[in-house]
Write a new protein. Structure first.
Length: 81
């Protein structure tokens, strides 16, 4: 299932779960969204930042049987394909 975070943002429990799993790696600091943020927004706590600007989350975030994966690295591909 594909989920567009702009149309269906993560809830606070989901954000907390994913931050617990991936920590700071959940924030995509190389994204256009991040570069467009004010210094004030960049200084927000990660949970607050993701709630206000869901597109700043690194993607894809894949919830699959056996795990939750962030990004599309060789290790993620090997685990899923």
């Amino acid at each position: 299932m594909l989920r567009d975070l702009r149309d269906d943002p993560l809830g606070s429990a989901e954000i907390a779960d994913f931050l617990a799993r991936f920590g700071d790696a959940l924030i995509n600091r190389a994204s256009t969204t991040w570069r467009g943020l004010s210094e004030e927004d960049r200084g927000m706590a990660p949970a607050q930042l993701l709630a206000r600007h869901p597109a700043v989350m690194k993607r894809p975030l894949i919830v699959a049987t056996g795990g939750v994966y962030l990004g599309w690295s060789a290790a993620v591909k090997a685990a899923l394909l």
